[in-house]
Design a protein around this ligand. Structure first.
Ligand code: XIL
Length: 359
């Protein structure tokens, strides 16, 4: 029996289970079609991930944790949690010298209370920087930069497994380093400095460089590779690289290309993870079911690469329900995630499940 048939049988079985314990699937459906099972009823992704020895994560906003349906699906399926926004510099230090950890703490506490590990995101990024930072002199920026990394990493010490220490420092086209306020005023060594400061402040956390557009082999991933190779050669404390994986189903990087990129990073002694995956389907032609099936196959093949790569820690999705995704605001209305707006499991969910079970 092929995978699609197996997946279909699984869906029917799960639906029967969902109905037999008195729960009704929540998705509204067109007359004559069968509702997909609710995300709270389908097999937990985290069990499959555990069997594969991988982490399966989601990035979330703190404002959604009080929503029972949202929190129920989150807690059932994920064993790794990331703050979508709350642990970036701007929300923490909106005015200079005053740190507000409230929203980030809420996410970390929620994760730890639900048996999840937590990934800190992100210490140094050219976006979500407080407005006051732009006006600082180089000497003042150095003080603020050091104070920020030290105080945030110390605050979360012992509670986060890993940090994205530097995010998106390579230029979009891979021509070199991105021209950020940090590079302009602190010089190229700001990247190495950030890793050293993070290690001092939290010696246990794994320290990652994180970026997008360099998932497979291309000019950008070549630059990222050179950057982290240089950091390793200088003895900078970097443990791994996050591949964001914000991709479109019409033009995904190939499995072979992602696998080769992960392998060359692993050959430097680094671990890798897929750190922000979502798959846009806006431009996929065809009827809804066919478009969702294309998305499923992209999810399956990308996650399968991580499952097959011993140095890949796991996959974090940038959200989990189409009811809440940064994609809608950034790229236009879309349905890029694993569960639909009613929290029912999409074909994409089954694609991830199949990959975790090596099907
Ligand atoms: C996005 C969040 O999803 C938004 O809520 C926020 O307003 C802006 O940032 N790459 C990253 C993430 O590393 O931090 C970004 O998250 C998405 C792109």
């Amino acid at each position: 029996m092929n995978r699609i048939a197996l997946g279909f049988l699984g869906a029917v079985l799960a639906l029967q289970l969902a109905c037999s314990d008195g729960k009704t699937p929540v998705s509204p459906t067109a007359p004559g079609t069968t509702a997909p099972p609710a995300g709270i009823d389908v097999e937990p992704l985290r069990l499959a991930a555990q069997a594969a020895g991988k982490l399966v994560g989601a990035a979330v906003p703190s404002s959604s944790l009080g929503d029972g349906r949202y929190a129920g699906v989150l807690g059932r399926h994920f064993n790794y949690l990331t703050a979508e926004y709350e642990m970036k510099w701007d929300p923490i230090e909106r005015s200079r010298g005053t740190n507000d950890f409230g929203a980030g703490d809420a996410i970390v506490s929620y994760g730890l209370a639900n048996g999840m590990q937590v990934k800190g995101h992100a210490l140094i990024w050219h976006q979500a920087v407080p407005g006051w930072v732009g006006a600082l002199s180089p000497a003042d920026l150095r003080v603020a930069f050091e104070t920020h990394i030290r105080s945030v990493a110390e605050h979360y010490r012992g509670r986060v497994r890993a940090w994205d220490v530097v995010n998106e420092a390579v230029a979009d086209n891979g021509s070199g380093l991105r021209d950020t306020v940090f590079r302009q005023k602190l010089g190229d060594q700001y990247i190495a400095d950030a890793f050293r400061l993070a290690r001092q402040a939290d010696p246990q956390a794994l320290l990652f460089y994180n970026d997008y557009g360099g998932e497979g082999l291309n000019q950008k991933s070549d630059r990222i590779f050179e950057l982290v190779q240089g950091l390793r050669a200088q003895g900078v404390p970097i443990d791994g690289v996050g591949l964001q994986m914000h991709i479109t189903a019409t033009n995904p990087p190939s499995e072979a290309s992602i696998a080769a990129n992960m392998r060359r990073l692993a050959s430097l002694g680094l671990s890798v993870n897929i750190s922000e995956m979502d798959v846009r389907i806006r431009d996929v032609p065809g009827m809804t079911q066919a478009r969702l099936d294309v998305q499923k196959s992209v999810y399956r093949s990308v996650v399968a690469v991580c499952v097959a790569e011993p140095r890949c820690d796991g996959v974090t999705f940038w959200g989990f329900t189409d009811a809440h995704s940064w994609i809608d605001a950034q790229f236009g209305a879309d349905d890029p995630l694993l569960f639909d707006e009613q929290y029912a499991a999409k074909p994409a969910y089954y694609g991830v499940l199949d990959a975790l079970w090596r099907r």
